[in-house]
Structures are given as structure tokens and as C-alpha cells.
Design a protein around this ligand. Structure first.
Ligand code: GLN
Ligand code: ZN
Length: 765
């Protein structure tokens, strides 16, 4: 009999209950017991949803982040929170979120650094290590949850992060080698396994997802050492990898002395046979056949074709699961009552994916006839998706086939375009601008929500938005900014705004996934060929432009960013989908240009997010991603200035690609620290114009003129002033007007001061 299990379930709750409880707790509106009660209720509900599985995951639930949980499990708290008052949960949130100094004497504590969990949009708290790090196990919370699951009638399978991946995910803060800590870490894991065995667990899922990355020899060796050290007879370890193929690590993985392996059989579908062949006698193979990273129904009949012979060979040594934790998909499709029924019939969220696992296991164990009706429905849904006119638009396909290299090329090189643009824009030395959004006040959000609910009619809504745009223009003129923006009041989200207007997208109501802590995102679902039925931004931008003589930048989200922040169709290569998005953005760019807009910014905030986990695959991604951007941007005349924006400054490893985008101006994040600013330009030499952010919009602080002058001077050491722009790090939508106005006033003053110095220097030269 094939067995079923799950690697992890979304923690936020079908209605984001965890988010709301956490935020209330942090604001002091509910007490600890109430928060714990919500946590308990969510776990009970999640296990209930997984009750049909042979084993349910335990330890996947978290009040913030499972990597931070692991740090607490292992007693690895940063030095700066040790000894502060409060209990474990206080300390936990302190590391997660930091704490600012307050009037009644609490000390400032810096939050732990956050970074992306492999190639997902989930962010974990980076474990901190130094040469003195010691580990002391505290398994109490995990053990309590095991009891919690048992008391609900489930068979628990604890889920823990493996020791080598844990070290790999962290950073050394004193330059020492994290791997030196392995001998100290392994006893804590051995103790943990003792405790789990004592608690009566049989199987434990231990995640070592670094097995799908390109491992340096010392990390591969660390896995060997760790797992030979942790080898035991009284507990069955399921060594778990996901997010990709094992490739050259396959033999290593299957040589480790554990009782079973879980592999990603979606992205690693081509490795299934190799995994079966490598499986030692008597051991378990868990195949992650249901895609945990996307929202499409699986082809159950095709999977059964694949699985039946493997099941015949392995019997009850075959386990079935989603490819990875379901953390990365929304909870339950049944809530999406507004979705077009045909489109909904193509989808599966976490709940539905578990049902698919159940159907597969039944069909394997009792014959396909036991699930005949479900399998027939599944086949019908897949056929409907395959044949639907919603997914294929011949005109779009024809346009795509007609793309030539010319489409991605500007008419002239930068050196020839720049003077034309500077004249068209009347661009001063060190021009000042912002990244797009202005503060999104409560009123704006309420107006948008009322319009959405139908409580406000279109004309009242348009009037309200225009008033807001007029306010943004007025404020920017008063500040003396050079290139203005309309402020983006009409946008809820930089991707969803476009997804709502393009054909080929569906928008869900509750399709939230955790981004970090209490923060969730609701990716749109891209199911079909992309067509732009009408201009998306032109009215707003031209209205803004009509109010001022200064140039107003058109503001768009780029094709790569739309792609990377969306659940994308899986029936064609991502590249093809990205090119379709590029064509839609290109049409918008050309419409803006025709409407007299002289500068157009195409944000590619998520370009890096699409980088594959394996470096050897980076270039092929970058090639098409950059070409997609070029197609979207480069159809314009020389006079039109193309801007792009990226919310980070790590470019060393992709410099050539960034340069190849050939944007006239790029704005990037750099305000956080002086060191970083110089570091960036040590290696990043951008041949066109560049605006290193001099105002850190992530902080409520108002930077002084002197601070920004100092940053600009640093930048001017590496970038000729003729190519330097002055702008904040990112959009201003999360800030308030009373922070933004003084900060931008200082920014404009800083630019003027430097401009004056430069003119004096020129005059005396
Ligand atoms: N134009 C967007 C804004 O200003 C850019 C946001 C982003 O880069 N994340 O809000
Ligand atoms: Zn940004």
C-alpha cells in the first residue's frame, strides 16, 4: 500500500487568521493566551484538513518563520537579545522584528536579517553564527505540538530543518567558517532525535534542500559527516529535498544512512527513475508528485501511468506527497466563489492538492476503478484547460512569432540618445526624481475599496484619484523636483494593477501566501495568452502631465517582474509567457509616448527573483528575461527616456545583463550604508545614467541634507556627475506625507548644493 504524507501546510490560515492575530498581539490589543489560542486553532484546522494522510506534519506551523523556530529549538539566539526581559516568545518576536528604543527604557534591538527562502517569495530570518556559537537544545515546543497532534487523533511526523542546511542558510558575523560549528551542532541534533524517539515518533522528516543546489565539496562532505554521525536505529529519518533536481548530488543523497528519501518529482520528474534505481533495499522513497509551487490541477491519470509500475516494484515503500511544503500556495480554492467556474476547474490550492494525493494513493492501492469518477473529472478539467479558447489567442501567437531582434533595439546607442533626451526633458545636472508611488493614505485605500465594492461609482472614483494626482503634482512642483510622477494612488499592488487589466489573468480573493511573518502577498494567476485590450495607465499619466510643464514619468511594471510575482501557466515555457507580457507592456509604452510622455519607467523589482537556484542555469534565464525587458522598452524614439528601477544593489553577478537592458536611467537601492554604496560602484559600472537611492524609504527617519550630500559625493567618485540622478531608494507609498515632504526637500537641497559646487568648479576650470 502506497503511503501518503505532507511536507508542510500554509500557516496563515484560509482567511489570514494568523496575520490578524499577530498584528493585534503586536499592537497590544490581544494577550499572549489569545494569540496561542489562534495558533492552536489553526494547527487543529490544518491537521483536520490533512486527516486523510497517513502522517501529518508537525513543527511546520510557526508564529513567524520556521528557520527562526529552528534557531530557538537549537538555542542559537543572537547575543543582542540574550538577557533581555521577557520570555521565549518575547525574545522570538524581538529577533524577528527588532524593537526600537522607547521612552520607558527599553533598549533598541536590531531585527534579524531576512532573505529569500531558496527561489521562493518566502523570506526567512537568517541564523547568525560566530566562532563562539554554542547550541543548547530546547525541544519543548516541538514536543508539545507532537502531543497536540496526537490528542487530535493524528499520527505526527515531526518536520525539522537539517543541520547542514541550517548552517548553510545562516551567516557568520565574525568571518569564521560556519562549517566549523558542525561538531558542536550535531550533538544537539542527536539529543533532539533522542527526545523524538522517546516521545514515540517513528518517522522524522529532516529537510536538506541544499541537495538541489551546486554544493562546494566541503558542504557535500559536511552532509556525509553529519548523517553518518546522526545515523540511528530507533528512529526513521526521511531525508527531504525539494525545489529542484538532485543532479550531481543524487548519488551523495542516496548514499547517506537514512531510512527514506523525499525527492521533488515535479521539477525533478526526469530523475524519478534514477531515484528508484538508487533506492537501497528496504528503504522508503517519497515522490513529491504534486506541484507545491503552483496552483494547477495535476494530471492524475498521467501520474498514475508513471506511478503504477513504481508502486508494483516498491509497494508500501512508495510514499506520495506534494513536491515541497504547501507553504507557497494558497489554502483553499473552495473560497474562490467569484472565480470564473471554467478557470476554477483548472486549479488546485493546498487543500485540493492533498485531495489529489489521496486520490492517487487510493487508485494505486485499490485500483483506478475505486476513483473512476474523480479521475474522469480530472481528465475532463485538464482537457477543458488544454482546449479552452481562453488560454490561446491566435493574434497574440502571431504577434509573438513576428518578433525580430529589431524589436529589442533602440534606434541609436545611448551616447546619441542622451543629448536628445536632455534637451527634450530640459534636464539639469543631477536631476531629481522619485520612484513612482507617493504616500497611500487611509483615504486613498478606502476610496479604492469602496469603488471595488461598488459603493462608489466610476466618476466619483476618478475624481477622487485625480484629486490625489493633482496633490502629488502640486507637492512635487513646490519641492522643485525635476522629473515628476503621478503618485500611483490608483494602484493597490504593482503587479495586480496590471494583471486586472490584461486578458489572460485571474485574480483571487483569498489566494494569499506568506511572504514573511504576518506579511502576505496575493499573486495573480496567469492562465492564458496575454492581451492588452486597452491602455492601462495613459489616462492617469496624461492627466498628471496636463497639470505641469515639468516632465511626468510614465510608470509601468516590467514583464519579468509581472512574471516572477505571479502564478504562471505551466503549459508553455516561462520565456514565452514573459514575451507575451513584454508585448503588452510595449504597447503601453508606445501609447504613452504617442500621448506625449517623454520619460517612461519600467520597474523590474523582481528581476533577480527569477534567477534559478543553480548558477549554471542563470545565463539562459537572464538571456530571455533581459530580451523581454528590451522588447517592452526599446520600441521608443531616441528622445524618449527609458528608466528602470530595481529594489536592491546586488549587481556584481549580473552586471552584463543589467547593462544589456540598455535603459537610459536605472534607479537602485543604496541608501542603507555608506560602505555598501562604494562597494556597489567598485564593481558595478553602469554605462548610462544611474540614480543610487540616497533616501532609505524603509525607515521613518528623515535624512539630512548633509547625509545625502555625503552619499552623493561618494557616488560621484565613481559615476561622472553628468550621469548621476538623485532619488530615493524605492517608492514612497509606505511612508507618510509628513516624512516624505521634509525628506524630499532635503534631497532637492542636496542636489542643488552639489550642482552649485560643480558649476563653480566648471567655471574655475
Ligand atoms: N514604482 C513603484 C513604486 O514606487 C516601485 C515599487 C518597487 O520597486 N517595489 O511604488
Ligand atoms: Zn523598489
Amino acid at each position: 500500500m502506497a503511503k501518503t504524507h505532507n511536507l508542510g501546510f500554509p500557516r496563515i490560515g484560509a482567511k489570514r487568521e494568523l496575520k490578524f492575530a499577530l498584528e493585534k498581539f503586536w499592537r497590544g490589543e490581544i494577550d499572549r493566551a489569545t494569540l496561542e489560542e489562534t495558533g492552536h486553532a489553526l494547527k487543529v484546522e490544518n491537521w483536520q484538513r490533512q486527516a486523510r494522510l497517513d502522517r501529518v506534519p508537525v513543527g511546520d506551523f510557526s508564529f513567524y518563520d520556521h528557520v527562526l523556530d529552528t534557531s530557538f529549538l537549537l538555542g542559537n539566539l543572537p547575543q543582542r537579545v540574550r538577557g533581555l526581559e521577557g520570555d521565549a516568545l518575547d525574545q522570538y518576536f524581538r529577533v524577528a522584528r527588532g524593537r526600537s528604543a522607547c521612552d520607558h527604557g527599553c533598549v533598541h534591538v536590531a531585527a534579524g536579517e531576512m532573505t529569500k527562502w531558496f527561489d521562493t517569495n518566502y523570506h526567512y530570518i537568517v541564523p547568525e553564527f560566530d566562532r563562539h556559537t554554542r547550541f543548547t537544545l530546547d525541544a519543548s515546543r516541538l514536543l508539545a505540538q507532537i502531543e497536540e497532534a496526537r490528542s487530535q487523533g493524528h499520527t505526527p511526523k515531526p518536520v525539522i530543518l537539517g543541520p547542514v542546511t541550517y548552517l548553510w542558510l545562516g551567516k557568520s558575523i565574525d568571518g569564521s567558517d560556519r562549517l566549523d560549528l558542525l561538531p558542536r551542532l550535531l550533538p544537539a541534533y542527536a539529543q533532539l532525535f533522542d527526545a523524538l524517539a522517546q516521545a514515540g515518533c517513528d518517522w522524522v522528516q529532516v529537510d536538506e534542500p541544499i541537495l538541489v543546489t551546486e554544493l562546494d565539496p566541503e558542504w557535500a562532505q559536511a552532509l556525509r559527516i553529519a548523517w553518518h554521525h546522526l545515523k540511528r536505529d530507533d528512529l526513521d529519518i526521511l531525508l527531504t529535498s525539494y525545489f529542484g533536481e538532485l543532479k550531481e548530488n543524487l548519488q551523495l543523497a542516496f548514499s547517506l544512512p537514512v531510512s527514506g528519501w523525499h525527492v521533488d518529482a515535479v521539477r525533478g520528474a526526469d530523475e524519478i527513475d534514477a531515484a528508484v534505481a538508487s533506492l537501497p533495499e528496504g528503504k522508503v522513497l517519497s515522490l513529491g508528485v504534486i506541484d507545491g509551487r503552483n496552483v494547477w490541477k495535476s494530471d492524475l491519470n498521467a501520474l498514475l501511468d508513471r506511478l503504477e509500475p513504481i508502486h508494483a516494484q516498491l509497494g508500501d515503500r512508495l510514499w506520495l506527497a506534494p513536491s515541497c511544503s504547501l507553504l507557497h500556495v494558497p489554502v483553499d480554492l473552495d473560497q474562490e466563489t467569484d472565480l470564473e467556474p471554467e478557470i476554477r476547474s483548472w486549479l488546485a490550492f493546498a487543500q485540493q492538492k492533498l485531495e489529489e494525493i489521496d486520490v492517487l494513493a487510493n487508485a494505486l492501492n485499490h485500483g483506478r476503478s475505486s476513483e473512476a469518477a474523480t479521475l474522469a473529472d480530472n481528465a475532463e478539467a485538464l482537457a477543458s484547460r488544454r482546449n479552452s479558447s481562453r488560454t490561446r489567442n491566435p493574434a497574440v501567437r502571431e504577434a509573438l512569432a513576428g518578433i525580430t531582434p529589431e524589436w529589442g533595439r533602440r534606434q541609436s546607442p545611448y551616447a546619441k540618445r542622451a543629448p536628445k533626451q536632455h534637451a527634450a526633458l530640459n534636464q539639469p545636472l543631477l536631476p531629481t526624481t522619485t520612484i513612482g508611488s507617493f504616500p497611500q493614505t487611509a483615504e486613498i485605500r478606502q476610496t479604492r475599496a469602496a469603488f471595488r465594492r461598488g459603493e462608489l461609482d466610476e466618476s466619483a472614483y476618478t475624481t477622487a484619484m485625480k484629486e490625489e494626482i493633482a496633490r502629488c503634482i502640486r507637492e512635487q512642483e513646490a519641492l522643485g523636483l525635476d522629473v515628476l510622477v503621478h503618485g500611483e494612488p490608483e494602484r493597490n499592488d504593482m503587479v495586480e494593477y496590471f494583471a486586472e487589466q490584461l486578458e489572460g489573468f485571474a485574480i483571487t480573493r483569498f489566494g494569499w501566501v506568506q511572504s514573511y511573518g504576518s506579511r502576505c502577498v496575493k499573486p495573480a494567476i496567469l492562465y492564458g495568452d496575454i492581451r492588452r485590450p486597452r491602455p492601462m495607465t495613459v489616462d492617469w499619466i496624461t492627466y498628471a502631465q496636463s497639470l505641469t510643464d515639468k516632465p511626468v514619468k510614465g510608470m509601468l511594471t516590467g514583464p519579468v517582474t509581472i512574471l516572477n510575482w505571479t502564478f504562471v501557466r505551466d503549459d508553455q515555457p516561462r520565456r514565452d509567457t514573459c514575451y507575451q507580457l513584454a508585448l503588452a507592456v510595449r504597447e503601453e509604452v508606445l501609447d504613452l509616448e504617442r500621448a506625449g510622455i517623454r520619460a517612461i519607467q519600467i520597474d523590474e523589482a523582481a528581476l533577480r527573483e527569477g534567477l534559478p537556484l543553480r548558477r549554471s542555469q542563470w545565463q539562459s534565464y537572464l538571456d530571455w528575461a533581459i530580451e523581454a525587458f528590451r522588447i517592452s522598452a526599446n520600441g521608443v524614439k531616441d528622445e524618449t527616456q527609458i528608466h528602470t528601477h530595481m529594489c536592491y544593489s546586488e549587481f556584481n553577478d549580473i552586471i552584463d545583463s543589467i547593462i544589456a537592458m540598455d535603459a537610459d536611467v536605472i534607479s537602485i537601492e543604496t541608501a542603507r550604508s555608506r560602505m555598501e554604496l562604494l562597494d556597489v560602484f567598485e564593481v558595478f559600472e553602469y554605462p548610462n545614467e544611474i540614480g543610487p537611492g540616497v533616501y532609505d524609504i524603509h525607515s521613518p527617519n528623515v535624512p539630512s541634507v548633509d547625509q545625502m550630500v555625503a552619499l552623493l559625493r561618494l557616488a560621484a567618485r565613481r559615476i561622472p556627475v553628468e550621469r548621476l540622478w538623485v532619488n530615493p531608494d524605492c517608492g514612497l507609498k509606505t511612508r507618510s506625507w509628513d516624512e516624505v515632504i521634509p525628506a524630499l526637500r532635503n534631497m532637492v537641497d542636496a542636489a542643488r548644493q552639489l550642482r552649485a559646487e560643480h558649476e563653480v568648479r566648471q567655471a574655475s576650470a
